[in-house]
Design a protein around this ligand. Structure first.
Ligand code: TRP
Length: 469
């Protein structure tokens, strides 16, 4: 077998996998999604999905990737060409997520500079500054390009040098800053109401679209459902313990999301900002939080946005790597050309996404590009991708082979193998099917149904032509 690059050390792998998982999904998306889906009940459902579906799927992705020693598409294809589409859907998800992720990464980068150039000196204007900035035509595009360029440089250098080093240095910095911000948020007067909103479930707010949002959030935040962790797993040494790696990464990712919530909600309630404020939440709450502190506040807010940019970067490189690994393994590109071609397409998608926030550009059923990319991936492709992987592992792969891979041929104890296998084979596909169908039906009320149906159509189409992919 041809020799593949592998992770230099165990810590290197965990840091890189956690670096992929922890990102804008935790710090930007989780708080505003929780806020607009009713708070505590959403958080509870999200946690249940993380434990029962997220952890199981992450373990499955690691096992399949390492077993087959191939990135997402190759791992499916090498077993059965009828399954190639499941990997290709993942590559498509990579393109689409990278069609808006660098836009938000660019906002974070821009906010580092805005923070140090006087954003906090006019607290009342902070909300308007954000609205004005993202609807501006040119500014966000330049920041997006700067962010995307950083990805290109890191991924072009290759997996064990580029991604691993970036993750190792930058992740611990992020943890530290988030803890500082959480403590600051909790000491504000009125903090308790925010904690109550976040952790006290109000089940009257639950419907199928809230449940689908929680499922999508779990997949997005854990970097699951598109072969990202299959790809990372394929670089993992045979001696590594997959179960503990999956548990650590899932735990860290969920911890950071909750920490981000604790950093955001108490402050929001103290300032009277609505939890339903939407995608601008972090960009408004954090500057507000630190505005009253003078110079120290500027420093903390600046550090926060540096950390956010870094967290976004260690995630987006993993998305880019899925697409790049596909082009290298399956389409025989050189790494350099793979990076240039894929990031070129992503840049174009990002231009559409960014302009759509200012009301410019094409719409699909009244929805702009940014929201279309988000809807297709977060609500459909990732969860369905996860269900497909579960069916593939449960029904197409050999049970003994999986057991040997997960337990390193019996060396690692995994007492709940049977439970995991049952979840993957039966429960997860059924639960995801029910939630997706219910969520799509609910989505028709909000006008999002047609787009989600198109997503299912694309998957069906790819499945039909799978052998040609
Ligand atoms: N998990 C990352 C975040 O929370 C985003 C991400 C990286 C991702 N790789 C992924 C999402 C793969 C889905 C699939 O920001």
């Amino acid at each position: 077998m041809e020799k593949r690059d592998s992770w230099g050390s165990r810590l290197g792998f965990i840091m890189a996998a956690a670096g992929s998982a922890v990102g804008l999904g935790n710090i930007w998306k989780f708080p505003y999604t929780a806020g607009s889906n009713g708070g505590g009940a959403f958080v509870l459902i999200y946690l249940i999905f993380v434990v029962f579906i997220g952890f199981s799927i992450m373990l499955t992705e690691f096992a399949v990737g390492r077993r087959k020693n191939l990135a997402a598409v190759g791992a499916f294809k090498s077993v059965d060409k009828r399954w190639t589409f499941a990997g290709v859907i993942g590559v498509l998800s990579g393109f689409l997520i990278m069609g808006f992720y660098p836009v938000v990464g660019g906002w974070a980068l821009a906010y580092v500079f805005k923070t140090f150039t006087g954003l906090l000196s006019a607290p009342d204007a902070i909300g308007d500054v954000f609205g004005g900035f993202i609807t501006n035509a040119w500014q966000p595009l330049l920041w997006m390009l700067a962010f995307l360029l950083m990805n290109v440089v890191i991924v072009a250098r290759g997996v064990s040098t580029g991604i691993e080093q970036a993750g190792k240095i930058l992740m611990p910095i992020l943890f530290g800053i988030l803890i500082i911000i959480s403590i600051k948020g909790l000491t504000l007067p009125g903090a308790a109401a925010g904690m109550e909103f976040l952790f006290k479930p109000d089940f009257s707010a639950i419907n199928m679209s809230v449940i689908l949002a929680a499922l999508g959030q779990a997949f997005f935040s854990l970097s699951l459902g598109m072969g990202c962790m299959i790809t990372y797993g394929s670089y993992l040494k045979k001696s590594e313990n997959l179960v503990s790696n999956a548990a650590i990464v899932t735990g860290m990712d969920t911890g950071v999301a909750l920490l981000a919530g604790i950093a955001m909600f108490p402050a929001m309630f103290a300032f009277g900002i609505e939890p339903t404020a939407g995608p601008g939440l972090v960009f408004v709450v954090v500057p507000h939080l630190f505005a009253e502190m003078g110079g120290v506040g500027v420093l903390f807010a600046g550090l926060f946005f540096i950390a956010l940019t870094v967290a976004a970067l260690t995630s987006s490189v993993s998305l880019l790597e899925v697409v790049v690994a596909y082009l290298i393994d399956e389409r025989k590109f050189t790494r350099r050309n793979a990076v240039l071609a894929s990031s070129g397409v992503m840049a174009l998608l990002c231009v559409l996404a960014s302009l759509s926030l200012g009301g410019v550009g094409p719409m699909l059923f009244g929805t702009g590009a940014f929201d279309v990319f988000d809807l297709l991936t977060d609500k459909i492709f990732l969860a369905v991708g996860g269900a497909l992987l579960a069916v593939f592992a449960g029904w197409r792969l050999n049970k003994e082979e999986l057991k040997n891979e997960i337990t390193n041929n019996g060396e690692v104890k995994f007492g709940i193998f049977g439970l995991w296998y049952g979840l993957v084979k039966f429960v997860i596909p059924v639960v995801i099917a029910i939630v997706a169908i219910g969520g799509i039906l609910d989505g028709f009320e909000a006008g999002k149904g047609p787009i989600m149906l198109i997503g299912l159509g694309i998957i069906a189409l790819f499945a039909a032509i799978s052998k040609k992919l």
